[in-house]
Design a protein around this ligand. Structure first.
Ligand code: ZN
Ligand code: ZN
Length: 364
């Protein structure tokens, strides 16, 4: 009999889905995961990097220490589709499939802990706060790599649109860096009849939004994928006042470190230039968030080989395109070699949308 309890894992995944928890608040999730590992006679450490949980499975012979990582947090999204395991928490939803990632890693724990017939040590890393709150560096800062002697690390994320159960990985950059732009424009403001006296943060802000689009279109090497998106533009409250303040926010993403440096330099330069051209103050806060997720080539090749052993060569793409999503798994890969792979979640349908969508569901 297989050690893998498929029915139990499906039930676990749906229970986590029904009880989602936001970044660094994954107390129930962490407790359930720790209890399941404990039941498998796995050494468990909790409270690492906040709500992180680590399990250690020692194989029957010596060898390397390799970590497998799952993320645990949900998103501030209201689930739209009626289903038995629909979120019971208003405004919180597992819309990125981290419920599934947790169940997958518990499944790996069931198999690996059954006869422990392998060389080396497997460290199971259940990480908090992947969604923008940087749980991976929180665990690293809490010593997870040194404390458990982790030499290599692997992670998997589901991707809707790839056939269910197919794998995709690549040597090198799999996922983008992501940075935050926060821009405040200020001017005296005043009556709409006298713009020469007020400055105009709306005209200046509009020019800024347009000028920022020239970074990707005209200034970066067009062979490198990158995006600069302004996603918020707030200013003004009535029709006859030129407001004194406009607030813009956005994100910059790209697939190589040089382009990332260039984007930061050019955003800064354009803000300064637009301020001078329009006679307003422009105050930019450019915050570097997650670096590119860069797979070690040997580890990526190994991941592809192992995936092919499970599902067959024809269902593994060992050299897929990188995408402009970002992942704090990148911080692990800055410290030690490893690889991050995609697993297909099946087609996008009305009943199962893309990730971060209110209709999303992990494919059991
Ligand atoms: Zn996500
Ligand atoms: Zn995710």
């Amino acid at each position: 009999m297989s050690a893998l309890d498929v029915d139990g894992l499906r039930a676990l995944r749906r229970d986590l889905h029904a009880h989602p928890e936001l970044a660094f608040a994954e107390h129930r999730t962490a407790g359930i995961v720790a209890a399941q590992l404990h039941d498998l006679d796995i050494e468990v450490s909790s409270g690492i990097g906040g709500t992180g949980v680590v399990g250690v499975i020692r194989g029957n012979s010596p060898g390397p220490t390799v970590a497998l990582r799952a993320d645990m947090d949900a998103l501030p999204i209201t689930e739209e589709i009626a289903r038995d395991h629909k979120s019971t928490i208003e405004g919180v939803m597992h819309a990125c499939g981290h419920d599934g990632h947790c169940a997958m890693l518990v499944g790996a724990a069931q198999i690996l802990s059954a006869d422990r017939d392998f060389a080396g040590t497997v460290v199971l890393v259940f990480q908090p706060a992947e969604e923008g709150a940087a749980g991976a560096p929180a665990m690293i800062d809490d010593g997870v790599l040194d404390r458990f002697g982790i030499e290599e690390i692997y992670g998997i994320h589901n991707i809707p649109g790839i056939p269910a159960g197919d794998f995709a990985v690549r040597p090198g950059t799999q996922l983008a860096s992501f940075d935050d732009l926060d821009i405040v424009l200020t001017a005296p403001g005043g009556h709409a009849m006298a713009p020469h006296l007020t400055g105009d943060v709306i005209v200046a802000g509009s020019a800024l939004v347009t000028a920022l689009q020239t970074i990707v279109a005209r200034r970066l090497d067009p062979r490198v994928p990158a995006v600069v998106s302004i996603t918020q533009f707030n200013a003004g409250s009535t029709n006859n006042v030129i407001p004194p303040r406009a607030h813009l926010r956005g994100t910059a993403r790209c697939l190589d470190a040089h382009s990332r440096d260039e984007i930061e330099r050019l955003v800064t330069e354009i803000c300064t230039s637009v301020a001078a051209a329009h006679g307003v103050e422009v105050d930019l806060t450019y915050e570097r968030r997650y670096p590119c997720t860069v797979n070690d080539p040997e580890c990526a090749a190994r991941a592809a080989r192992v995936a092919a052993q499970v599902v067959g060569d024809g269902r593994v793409d060992p050299d897929c395109d990188g995408i402009l999503a970002a992942e704090d798994f990148a911080f692990f890969l800055q410290q030690i070699p490893g690889a991050y792979a995609f697993i297909g979640n099946g087609p996008v349908t009305e009943q199962s949308g893309p990730v971060h969508n209110p209709a999303y569901d992990f494919n059991d």
